[in-house]
Structure formats: structure tokens, C-alpha cells
Design a protein around this ligand. Structure first.
Ligand SMILES: Cc1cc2nc3c(=O)[nH]c(=O)nc-3n(C[C@H](O)[C@H](O)[C@H](O)COP(=O)(O)OP(=O)(O)OC[C@H]3O[C@@H](n4cnc5c(N)ncnc54)[C@H](O)[C@@H]3O)c2cc1C
Length: 373
């Protein structure tokens, strides 16, 4: 897919996000990373631009664009700062959209507008210390709508107002909405990470905390998996954005840095590297946009989303490593963003389903029942 295949609206939204990434986000990203700072003021600006609810209908306070437009925004913002990318991905894809898909009319009308406008932030609390890939092993329980247990690594955890929490109810998981400050809700720890330092990743506990059920009782795992099906496309877009940023930096450096009397870009070894980097990024982007387009059209996108995330996350890891190689010693220092891209890229192979889990999803579709024996 090329830019020409996008609608005018998708192109305009992409251009808006690209400009914001270049002018507001990228110049500050190194400082946020160094200071581990969550850029609250930028979230507010994103809200004012309509980018906190880009694919949320206008009558619910969103910008009313489609899912592919949202994917384009995630790619561009992640090019500026991947931490901001995951903040938005979890807020919109994992926190807000499931309320629209599974909530009652009253829940949707009450909860979604402040989220879509960026006045409030959403989070998705599924993972526990003994339940990551194996989400069904969760131990958090709900009894008469009161939740007790512990969740970990909740993106946006320190700043979110609305949490989508999954708990056994009593045997099968249900999804619940919990508001920050509800009785018994306690943020316990902020995680120190390899990268994504401008994003918040928190542990929290619930002690008989009142939650409002979202969707049918016992359908929590279904809601979580359906949410992750779409969320993965967002992480693929984040990976493409990080990889593109690394390539742009490597190309600029290759034009300026001179060795043996010429720019390093005149050496064929560097040319080959840059050509390979661009080619795999384009392939990752094509898979990601294809999956985004399928979801936007309301078509099945489970396998395509898994393929996009599997491929794009591997591309991001390899391309960011190659960018450091092109920059040589300076790439290994904090003088440029290359080392941040490298640190930020790795997690795209882990969250919203590891690469091994994406392969399971793809293999199951290929092999049917045989894969489960
Ligand atoms: C920065 C960050 C942000 C996050 N944000 C959120 C969030 O907002 N909300 C949330 O709920 N969670 C969040 N997570 C959690 C994330 O989704 C999990 O880390 C991820 O699903 C993997 O689970 P795990 O870490 O327990 O690994 P495990 O499930 O313990 O897996 C360990 C290893 O075993 C492999 N493995 C496991 N099962 C299989 C299998 N059946 N076949 C083959 N290999 C297998 C995995 O691929 C991995 O390599 C976040 C994590 C990070 C690091």
C-alpha cells in the first residue's frame, strides 16, 4: 500500500500526526526518556487535535475517522516517541474501544466522551504475575461485583482514570470497569523498564473494589482476546514507526559522516544495509495497513493482525540494531536517538502477545484442530 491508496481523510490525519510528531514530540523525546517523564501536556494537546479518539464516532466525542486512520496516527507518533505511541495505543485500542464494542448504552454514553476527548485516560489490566501469555490463569476474583487481586504492568496505570479489569467471576473471567480512586484500589509500584520511559507501567491491587461489569458475565477472556486482536495492529504500527525513525536517522548520518575521503553512504556495504532496512520496513507497513484496513471494514483480522505484529516487531528490532551499526560508535552513545529506538523496539516483540503467541495464532488458523492436540 502506498500513500496514494489512502483516502483524503486518512492522508490528512496522517499528515497532521506526522507534523505533530516532528514539531512537538521528537524534539522532546530524548528528554522524556532521560527523565522518565510522562508528557501529560502533550496528551492534552493530542486531545485538542482529536487524536486521543481518532477512530471514535463523533457523537461520542471522537474524530469519527476509521481504524486505519488511527493506525496511521500511531505509526507517526511512535516515530516521534514510542512511549507516547503505547500510551495512545492502550488508551484508545485497549481501553476505550472495548467499552464501545461491549458496553451498555449507558456505559458508552457516560464513559466514552471524556476518553475520546483526552480529558480522561484509559488502561487495560489483564496481566498478573502468574498470568501473562496464559491470561486464563489469572487469580484476581470478583464476588458480587467486588474485585480482589493484583494486576501488573498496566500501561497508563499511574495516570489513568478508567481501568478495564479482568477477574474470575467466580470461575470464568468477566470484564469490569473500575474508576481510579474506587475503594480498595491501590497503585503499588511503577516499573523500571529497558525503554518506553515516557510511558507509565504500573502494578496495582484491588481489595473488594467495586467494578461495573462490561459485557456478559463470563465473557471476559473473549473480550480481552478480541481487544488484543485489534490492539496488535496498533503495536505493529508502533514498530513500523520506530523502525522508520531509525532508518531516517541512519540515512541522514550516511550522507554526512565521511570515512576514507567520502561519505559512508558512498560505501556499498552501507548502501546495501539501508536498502534492506527500507525494504523490510515497507513490507511491515504493508502488512500493518492491510490488517488495519480489514478491521476498519469490519472483516476478520485475527491472523492478519498477528502476522503484522510478528513481522513488524522483528523488523523494528533488527532495523534499530542496523541503524546503530550505520552510526558506528556514536550510535552506541546517548548523543543520538539510535540507542533509544533500539531499546524501545524490543518490547514490541513482547506485549499484546509475544512473537511466540502470534505464531501460535497463525499456526492454529493454518492447522485447525491439529494444532491444539
Ligand atoms: C512495557 C510493558 C507494558 C505492558 N502493558 C500491559 C498492559 O497495559 N496491560 C496488560 O494487561 N499487560 C501489559 N503488559 C504485559 C504483557 O502483555 C505480557 O508481558 C505479555 O503478554 C507476556 O506475558 P509474560 O510477560 O507473563 O510472559 P510469559 O507468558 O511468562 O512468557 C515467557 C516466555 O514464554 C513464551 N511462551 C509462553 N507461553 C508459550 C506457549 N504456549 N508457546 C510458546 N511459547 C510460550 C513467551 O512467548 C515468552 O517468550 C505489558 C508488558 C510490558 C513489558
Amino acid at each position: 500500500m502506498s500513500l496514494h491508496e489512502l483516502t483524503d481523510e486518512q492522508r490528512d490525519i496522517r499528515a497532521l500526526a506526522a507534523r505533530f510528531a516532528d514539531e512537538v514530540v521528537a524534539p522532546k523525546a530524548m528528554e522524556w526518556d532521560r527523565e522518565h517523564r510522562f508528557p501529560k501536556e502533550v496528551i492534552q494537546q493530542l486531545g485538542e487535535l482529536g487524536l486521543m479518539g481518532v477512530c471514535i464516532p463523533t457523537h461520542l466525542g471522537g474524530a469519527g475517522a476509521d481504524f486505519l486512520a488511527y493506525i496511521l496516527v500511531l505509526e507517526q507518533l511512535s516515530r516521534g516517541d514510542a512511549g507516547l505511541g503505547v500510551t495512545l495505543a492502550v488508551h484508545t485500542g485497549a481501553g476505550t474501544m472495548p467499552i464501545i464494542d461491549h458496553g451498555s448504552r449507558k456505559q458508552v454514553e457516560l464513559l466514552v466522551p471524556p476518553l475520546a476527548q483526552g480529558h480522561e485516560i484509559a488502561a487495560f489490566a489483564l496481566t498478573e504475575s502468574d498470568a501473562g501469555s496464559d491470561a486464563g490463569a489469572m487469580r484476581t476474583r470478583a464476588q458480587d461485583g467486588k474485585i480482589t487481586g493484583a494486576k501488573q504492568w498496566v500501561t497508563n496505570g499511574r495516570y489513568a482514570h478508567v481501568f478495564l479489569v479482568f477477574a474470575k467471576d467466580p470461575d470464568k473471567p468477566s470484564a469490569f470497569i473500575v474508576r481510579r480512586g474506587a475503594p480498595g484500589f491501590k497503585p503499588t509500584r511503577e516499573e523500571e523498564k529497558l525503554g518506553l520511559n515516557s510511558s507509565s507501567t504500573s502494578d496495582m491491587t484491588f481489595d473488594e473494589t467495586p467494578g461495573e461489569r462490561l459485557g456478559w458475565r463470563g465473557h471476559g477472556l473473549r473480550i480481552a482476546l478480541a481487544t488484543l486482536d485489534g490492539g496488535r495492529i496498533g503495536i505493529a504500527a508502533q514498530a513500523v514507526g520506530i523502525a522508520q525513525a531509525a532508518l531516517d536517522l541512519a540515512v541522514a548520518y550516511a550522507k554526512e559522516r565521511r570515512t576514507f575521503g567520502k561519505p559512508i553512504g558512498a560505501h556499498q556495504a552501507i548502501q546495501q544495509k539501508l536498502a534492506d532496512m527500507q525494504t523490510v520496513i515497507e513490507a511491515a507497513r504493508a502488512l500493518t495497513w492491510r490488517a488495519g484496513r480489514l478491521k476498519a471494514a469490519g472483516r476478520s483480522h485475527t491472523v492478519e493482525g498477528a502476522q503484522a505484529k510478528l513481522f513488524a516487531s522483528g523488523v523494528a528490532r533488527r532495523v534499530t540494531g542496523e541503524a546503530i551499526q550505520v552510526l558506528g560508535g556514536v550510535g552506541y552513545t546517548k548523543q543520538t536517538a539510535a540507542e533509544r529506538y533500539y531499546r524501545d523496539a524490543k518490547v514490541t516483540e513482547i506485549y499484546e502477545g509475544t512473537s511466540e503467541i502470534q505464531r501460535l495464532v497463525i499456526a492454529r488458523a493454518l492447522l485447525g484442530k491439529v494444532a491444539r492436540e
